[in-house]
Design a protein around this ligand. Structure first.
Ligand code: PLP
Length: 442
């Protein structure tokens, strides 16, 4: 059997819609949540209704297995988002879940950076080994934003310079450090402007016109106060667009000349999703720091920042305090989840499989909808389908939900349908999803 044909039958079923989504139980639970939850999410729902003219009441999940999720009304969906890209092996992967449950029984909490759980040592070693040079050091965290915050702090410690170069369309999380560098939309930054790092320059994402982007980068670095150049190898929320071939090598020399750290935010691309273990390194990149999250924990919350030895040494020179840690950092469940995901990805070569399956999905999409959409961009299992405008994207995502397929919209203009399925989804489900997209666009 070729790797691409490997199918876990459980959790790979076609959608089954019993009541029009959202059913009455989903509606009732959503209403209860809306009454007591932060009103930001309800405000977003209302804005989506206004933009698209469609109902955007949410479904509420009850169970998940593999690529399937079942809502509280008994509707079964195919989740083409894999929990914002976090569920490397889908919901409740038997191997990951059983390792985590065993860990929970053995030791459910440690003192992460003081008295660590025994499983932390092999994870740190496995993560350091992903970096292309000897001597790399690792800092574990709880979220992608946490990893990016740690990377930005590394840049400050190692260079003494507070400035950041970030890119339009990029997203690095919403805690204050990464928020200042959020190029996806100023809507995220504006309400908090006064609290954010003011030394951020946003350049055009280097997806086309590489020479122009590099000229902008060199010029930004000449300003003298830039300590970090923060790049997503493929824009995740920004619509699944990859940097141009040749970017990483050129950015490396620009950063060396400008005295800045090159930070690869691989929170979305990393651990094989992009069809490479690390997209930046696979493109001959030598980032000083790599951020991981999402798929690393296979659905359990854990993130990591991996840094080159030379720059990480800066952390030891600042007063003998643990200056970046948190209560749940290196939590044993997340650590074991990450170890299991990493071992599984390497043992069974999911990286190659993701590349092949992603390419095959793109072929199916081109066949089904190629003529009806503005563009299809992809890298491994990160696939973006651009349609004319955000209202259309929202309407199509809603039609897909009605048909039993869960997708998100993204892109700077909100006009991209983004597909980031679980690694162990299969070609049959993706063919069916492409056909469903054809129906939704019709
Ligand atoms: C590239 C990238 N970096 C960082 C983050 C932030 O991760 P988290 O939401 O876990 O804080 C995200 C989240 O979508 C992301 O896509």
């Amino acid at each position: 059997m070729r790797a691409i044909d490997r199918v876990d039958e459980l959790g790979q079923q076609m959608p089954e819609i019993m009541v029009t989504p959202p059913g009455p139980k989903s509606r009732a639970l959503s209403l209860r949540m809306a009454r007591v939850e932060c009103p930001s999410f309800e405000a977003r729902r209302e804005a989506r209704v206004a933009t698209s003219g469609h109902d955007h009441a949410p479904i509420v999940y009850a169970r998940g297995r593999g690529s399937n999720v079942t809502d509280v009304d008994g509707n079964r969906y195919v989740d083409l988002t894999a929990g914002f890209g976090a569920l490397a092996f889908g919901y409740n992967d038997p191997e990951v879940a059983s390792e985590v449950f065993a860990q929970d029984y053995a030791l459910s909490m440690a003192l992460g950076d003081v008295y660590a759980a025994d499983c932390k040592a092999p994870l740190l070693e496995a993560l350091a080994a992903l970096y292309p040079e000897e001597g790399a050091r690792v800092l574990l965290g709880g979220s992608g934003a946490d990893a990016v915050t740690a990377a930005l702090k590394t840049a400050m410690l190692a260079t003494g310079k507070p400035g950041i170069v970030a890119f339009k369309g990029s997203y690095h999380g919403l805690s204050h450090g990464p928020l200042a560098a959020c190029g996806l939309s100023s809507k995220f930054r504006d309400p908090f402007f006064g609290q954010l790092n003011q030394n951020v320059q946003f350049l055009d994402y280097p997806a086309s016109e590489l020479s122009l982007s590099l000229e902008q980068l060199r010029s930004a670095l000449r300003s003298g106060n830039v300590g970090a150049v923060l790049v997503e190898p493929v824009l995740g929320r920004g619509g699944c667009i990859a940097v141009s071939e040749g970017f990483w090598a050129a950015a490396r020399s620009a950063c060396d000349e400008g005295g800045a750290l090159l930070i690869a935010d691989e929170v979305w691309t990393g651990i094989g999703r992009s069809g490479s273990m690390l997209a930046s390194v696979a493109s001959a990149g030598r980032p000083d720091v790599v951020c991981l999250g999402k798929a690393l924990g296979g659905g359990w919350p854990i993130s990591a920042m991996i840094g080159r030895e030379g720059v990480m040494n800066a952390w030891a020179k600042h007063g003998g305090a643990a200056i970046h840690t948190s209560t749940h950092a290196a939590h044993p469940s997340g650590v074991v989840a990450a170890l299991t995901v990493l071992r599984k990805v390497l043992r069974e070569d999911w990286v190659t499989r993701n590349r092949q399956l992603g390419d095959r999905f793109v072929e199916a999409l081109r066949r089904e909808v190629g003529r009806d959409v503005a563009s299809i961009s992809a890298r491994g299992l990160m696939v973006g389908v651009r349609v004319p405008g955000a209202p259309r994207a929202l309407a199509v995502s809603r039609k897909l939900l009605m048909d039993g397929y869960i997708v998100l919209t993204g892109g700077e203009a909100g006009d991209v349908l983004t597909f980031t399925p679980a690694f162990n989804t299969n070609a049959t489900l993706l063919d069916a999803a492409a056909a469903a997209l054809g129906r939704a666009l019709a």
